[in-house]
Structure formats: C-alpha cells, structure tokens
Ligand binder design. Structure first.
Ligand SMILES: *Cc1c(COP(=O)(O)O)cnc(C)c1O
Length: 373
C-alpha cells in the first residue's frame, strides 16, 4: 500500500534500469539484479519484469516472502533471498516457491534440511560467508565443519557461495576489499576442494565497477548502480560509474504562493527569518510523505529548472520554498527528486542534505504512489 491521498508521484523509468543493467553486464560475469526492498523503491514486479524481458535470469531479493511474491508475479528467473529464512515458515515457503535462500549458520541449515526432508525435496541454497562485514555468515574456520555437515545432509544443495564487501565504494579503503577478496578466494577454493560445485559471488555495484578485474568471481550482485547511482560520485574514482542513468523522479504540487516580508518568520519554531522581501510557495509534501524533516532549512526542490531552497521546518504534509523571481501558481508541478536542467535534484543531493545515502532516499520516495514509463 503506497502512502495514500497525497499529491506526490514517484515516476520510474524502467528503460533506464534496463540500460544500467546492460552497462553493468558489460563488465562480465553473471549479473544478478538486486531487487530487494521493492527494488529499492522502484517497484519489485515492474522492475523485475522489465529486466527479465531484457534477458536478466537471476534476481536477489530480501526476505523469502519477497521472493515468493516475485515468483507469484510470474518471474521464471532464479530468485535468491539475501536475508534468508528467519522463521520456520520461511523454510517451507522457500521450498514451495523455488527461492534459493542465503544460509548463514548451522542451525538454519539443520532446520531447512529437516523441512526439505519432510517435503521430499532438495533445498538449493546460497552459503553466506562473513569475510569482513561481521554481520552474518559462516567464517573461514567453519569450512571443514561445514563440509562435514553438508555431507550428512544430502537434501541441501549449495548452488552459490557468497560474501559481501564492506568498503567497495570507498577508494581509500580498497586494501580492505583486497583482504576480503583474498579470504573469500581461499574459502571458495577449500569448498571446491571439498567437492562442492557452485557460483561464487562477492561484488555489489561498487565491486563490479572497481574490483571485477581482480575479484569478479562468477556472479555479481548489482543493486544501487542498476537504479542509476554512481557509487563513486564525489570521489577521485567518479569516472568508474559514468553513464549510469537515474530512473526515479518524484513530483508534487504547489498549494499556495504568497509574499513573506523582510523580518517575518516561516513555519514551526521560527527557524527561518526572511532577510529580504520574498515570494514563497507552500508545497504539498512533508515527512508524512517520506520527505524528511531533516531537509528543514537545508534542502532544495526544483521548479521550472531552478533550485528553490526550503525555508524553515518541513511539516507533516507541507513545506515552504523560496520562489522569489518565479511566478508559480497553485496546482503547478514541482520536483522533489529530478527535474529539468541544471537545477535537477539528484538522489545524491538529497542524501547529502539529509545526511543519508541515496539508497534510503529511493526506499522512502518509493513509498509514494508510483507511475511507470
Ligand atoms: C543490497 C545488497 C547488494 C547490492 O548492493 P549495492 O551496493 O546496492 O549494489 C549486494 N549484496 C548483498 C548481500 C546485499 O544485501
């Protein structure tokens, strides 16, 4: 259910996601489209269908239930659940819907093996290794025990072995990528030596762009770059992500336009006082629409190709912007994300202003009513 009864519209250009997929595929390897969290707010079913039509045959989603939803929507590709089974019902669902879950510990493996035996099926899994995130996963020293454990559980069939990079997008921390990559290579070698056959997968978007030469392995998991964000923007490696196309824009409507005389304050708490006579527009967007209150006095919108600054606090459903020199009318469209010309607002801009990352901007803006083109 999107946020109801508001004027925000999040428009998703699926052709740009497909173009980004093609660009990332150019780096080689088997590219899994990461469509978890409703495709980072871009729409799980629509995004996956567009990619599948363009030849993508594998998707990474979040929970097993999200994978089941994608299967029910008609996807015939491989579906990998990055979160893996958390509750016993997830085991059953993964088997039923042919979702390959990430498995990060022995208890999870046992539980799934029992569910598979009960269902009379094989459970295909992706083994998750911790090589430096310290979040989830088996470790290098678990390998002998894991091989023995799998030997006793023929219902479990590992088809992928995976790990996740902590610093792939930070050019000052590429040595940590090398340490993780080296550890992952040793793990894969030991598992193959122990008789397993699988696709090895380490790289996320930044990994594909910067590290695929050395640590590309077999399968790569493309997330944020698929949605047009260059993970290296603002760094000395920016050229690595050139050519990615943003796919999301969000608009809303102007409610009212009025004068704000010099010396007057605007919005709650009087945090903005006009230093000159101004013309302000009151815009139908606020934190109830996932337009963060953190943008108060910091962010900008884009009106007719120009950046207009936010004045005072962002309210629940209203925000004021300075439109001096422009003459918008109530009902006019204004961009919260995107827009024409040099005034266009990017997800990276919003992330900077509200002290987050483009991932969160997409997930939140994607909660609004969406249109696809
Ligand atoms: C989200 C996620 C990705 C994708 O990362 P991006 O930085 O968006 O490319 C890859 N692997 C795992 C395990 C993830 O959770």
């Amino acid at each position: 259910m999107p946020i109801a009864h508001n004027y925000l519209r999040t428009r998703v250009r699926l052709s740009h996601i497909v173009a980004n997929y093609e660009l990332l595929r150019g780096f080689g390897g088997h590219v899994l489209a990461v469509v978890k969290a409703d495709a980072y707010g871009h729409g799980l079913v629509e995004t996956a269908a567009a990619l599948e039509a363009a030849g993508c045959d594998a998707f990474a989603i979040g929970s097993v239930a999200e994978g089941a939803a994608l299967r029910d929507a008609g996807s015939r590709g491989a579906i990998v659940s990055l979160l893996g089974p958390v509750l016993p019902e997830d085991d059953v669902l993964a088997l039923e819907k042919d979702v390959v879950p990430f498995i990060h510990d022995f208890d999870q493996l046992d539980r799934l093996a029992r569910a598979a035996a009960k269902a009379g099926r094989k459970a295909r899994v992706a083994l998750k290794f911790d090589t430096g995130m310290a979040r989830l996963g088996f470790t290098e020293k678990d390998v002998p025990h894991l091989l023995a454990h799998l030997g006793e559980r023929p219902a479990i069939e590992p088809v992928m072995v995976s790990s996740h990079l902590a610093t792939a997008d930070d050019p000052t921390a590429f040595d940590y990528v090398s340490a993780q990559g080296g550890r992952f290579a040793r793990i894969c070698q030991a598992l193959r030596h122990g008789g397993l056959t699988f696709e090895a997968s380490l790289c996320n978007s930044a990994g594909i762009l910067a590290h695929a030469g050395e640590f590309g392995f077999d399968a790569r998991r493309a997330g944020i770059a698929l949605y047009g964000v260059n993970p290296f923007q603002g760094t000395d490696r920016e050229q690595l992500g050139v050519g990615l196309l943003p796919a999301m824009e969000t608009t809303t409507r102007i409610v009212s336009v009025h004068d704000l005389p010099r010396g007057a304050s605007i919005s709650y708490g009087r945090t903005f006082i006009a230093e000159r006579d101004m013309r302000v527009a009151i815009v139908a967007a606020g934190y109830a629409d996932a337009y963060s209150r953190g943008l108060s006095n910091k962010g900008f919108m884009c009106l007719s190709g120009r950046r207009v600054p936010i004045l005072g606090r962002v309210c629940m459903q209203l925000t004021a912007v300075d439109v001096s020199g422009l003459e918008p009318a109530p009902g006019d469209v204004i961009h919260l994300l995107g827009g024409d010309g040099p005034g266009a607002v990017t997800a990276a801009d919003l992330a900077l202003w509200w002290e987050t990352i483009p991932y969160e901007v997409f997930c939140l803006f994607g909660l609004n009513p969406r249109e696809f083109c």
